[in-house]
Ligand binder design. Structure first.
Ligand SMILES: Cc1cc2nc3c(=O)[nH]c(=O)nc-3n(C[C@H](O)[C@H](O)[C@H](O)COP(=O)(O)OP(=O)(O)OC[C@H]3O[C@@H](n4cnc5c(N)ncnc54)[C@H](O)[C@@H]3O)c2cc1C
Length: 512
């Protein structure tokens, strides 16, 4: 039986991102997936701005942009006012349109470069855990196999076997409304629908004569499109019946006219607006991440992004535990930080579903009008953009309070530092980062040199807040910040204590 530090179940975006985070921290990891290869079809079609930032933190963003189809504005429920991200101080004030299969390919290539093995046709069937580890039993073409890990993480999607084997409840609301997604090759008619990426909000808001939202997005190859539409005729009983080509064409033509014809259907799937969240993300040595922990309507494109960010939050904490330096309770902050974030996404997608699906109640039209007016207000738009993009995520943290505590560090050009660099590039080591020009701070952090890099830089402006020193976690969130009001020596001891407190809280005891 193989022994490994962490066994990751599921080679989707969540599992691959997590594997990469563990690998750069020097933890041995094996990823298993029941499928023989990556699926060719793509569920998700976009990365949110925060995911683009996170990819930048790991040197993945150029690869994503090379494979991307377009840069687009986000939308909320298909209402006609696009989400504006500029108010969030981001280098990526747009969504990166990219197929999920390309995102997964990028992450899997990185995993291979990091020496992570993905074992395909390995389906988890049983798990048993004790105080020291977890034994997983898998069905493979070579027969039953077992792997022993110190931890196991279920990144095995919405129907997670890991979650079921743990007996973790998955409360929420069942699907009541359904949509269809289909990847289709259109016949050459000389009248191709225009490139719709530029008008995402408008497109998701448009309705055909039957009141259905019908969207068509080009997937990068000639005549290849994602057709997506709401369908009130689908129910829980009929959702697994394959949608015939004739029906797809009928809906396509209802929006784009009779010249739009389908030559071939490459993939079709019906999906509902079920909204559920695992009650717990951890049972002893087994954790859940991504769709295994939460499902919701894919409104605004948030699911894959949530999973990638779960992985980013969990990876360094789990690695710290495996390496033996995690401070007490660090691993539990994964659930306490990420559960509320997913709960909020469930909430905003439930609201969006009201706008997407044809209203049974005619007062919904008034609601749409009012919400559209509200979205034109910059503060409201910024708030919604922060919710959907992930840029607004802020983790509650203990310790010395500061306006920036718990917020993400946007990418900043350190022109006045001793190494002129972007902060996102500095964080690519997967270690923590202390930005300061104060020798006393650098001296305080010295015992943590293996876990925290110190970079000298002068006073910074971070999202409009002036700051003299910052401590940043490996996942890019600020866990201590200091704005000096005066530099009298009497303040020095408390300042160093607050910094040392935060170093202990997030990076453990330096001797361990
Ligand atoms: C139509 C549609 C459009 C979407 N659009 C977007 C979008 O634009 N943006 C966005 O962010 N999200 C979108 N989503 C949601 C997104 O696709 C999911 O949130 C995302 O796939 C979750 O990734 P994951 O890695 O957590 O799980 P998954 O992608 O489901 O991966 C789970 C993996 O686990 C494997 N597995 C399952 N069980 C086992 C087992 N027992 N043993 C071994 N392996 C197993 C599976 O084979 C799979 O590879 C969309 C979803 C749909 C349906």
């Amino acid at each position: 039986m193989d022994n490994v530090d962490v066994l990751v179940v599921g080679a989707g975006a969540t599992g691959l991102m997590l594997a990469n985070e563990l690998a750069i921290a020097g933890v041995s990891v094996v990823v298993i997936d029941r499928e023989a290869g990556r699926l060719r079809h793509s569920k998700a079609l976009a990365l949110q701005p925060r995911t683009a930032e996170v990819f930048d933190l790991r040197g993945l963003i150029d690869g994503a942009r090379d494979r991307s189809l377009a840069s687009v504005n986000g939308h909320f429920g298909g209402l006609p006012v696009p989400l504006a991200y500029e108010g969030w101080s981001t280098r990526y004030p747009y969504m990166v349109a990219i197929t999920q299969s390309e995102t997964e390919a990028l992450l899997e290539e990185r995993a291979a470069a990091n020496g992570v093995a993905v074992r395909r046709e390995h389906e988890l069937t049983v798990l048993a855990q004790d105080e020291e580890g977890v034994t997983a039993t898998m069905r493979t073409p070579q027969g039953e196999q077992r792997v022993r890990g110190r931890y196991l993480v279920g990144c095995d999607g919405g129907r997670s076997v890991v979650r079921k084997l743990l007996g973790v409840n998955f409360p929420g609301t069942p699907a009541v409304r359904y949509s269809v997604a289909a990847d289709v090759l259109l016949q050459e008619t000389g009248a191709e629908p225009a490139n719709q990426w530029g008008a995402l909000a408008k497109m998701f808001g448009q309705r055909n004569a039957s009141g259905q939202s019908v969207a068509l997005l080009p997937l990068g190859e000639p005549n290849f499109y994602r057709l997506s539409y709401t369908d009130p005729s689908i129910s829980a009983e009929t959702r697994d019946i394959p949608v015939p080509k004739e029906r797809l064409e009928e809906v396509l033509q209802s929006q784009y006219g009779e010249t739009a014809r389908i030559a071939e259907v490459q993939w079709v799937s019906s999906f509902g607006d079920a909204s559920r969240q695992a009650e717990r993300y951890r049972v002893e040595r087994v954790l859940l991440a991504g769709d295994a922990a939460h499902i919701h309507l894919p409104a605004g494109g948030q699911g894959l992004n949530l999973g990638v960010q779960d992985a980013m939050n969990l990876g360094w904490k789990l690695a710290a535990d495996v390496k033996g330096w995690a401070p007490d309770g660090l691993l539990d902050t994964y659930e306490s930080e990420r559960h509320p974030v997913a709960a909020q996404v469930l909430e905003n997608t439930r609201v969006q579903s009201l706008f997407f699906y044809p209203a049974a109640d005619e007062r919904m039209e008034a609601m749409r009008e009012l919400f559209t007016t509200l979205m034109a207000l910059p503060d409201v738009n910024r708030h919604l953009a922060g919710l959907v993009s992930g840029l607004g995520v802020r983790y509650p943290m203990e310790g010395e309070q500061h306006d920036l505590l718990g917020a993400r560090l946007p990418d900043i050009e350190l022109t006045a530092s001793d190494t002129p660099q972007r902060t996102s590039v500095l964080l690519r080591t997967g270690k923590g980062l202390l930005l300061t020009e104060d020798d006393r701070h650098a001296a305080t952090a010295k015992p943590w040199a293996e876990r925290v890099d110190v970079v000298r830089t002068s006073r910074l402006s971070v999202s409009g807040t002036v700051v003299d020193a910052l401590l940043v976690r490996p996942d890019g969130y600020i866990c201590w910040a200091r704005t000096a009001r005066s530099t009298t020596p009497t303040q020095s001891a408390p300042v160093q204590n607050a910094l040392a407190d935060s170093l202990h809280r997030w990076f453990g005891h330096p001797e361990h």
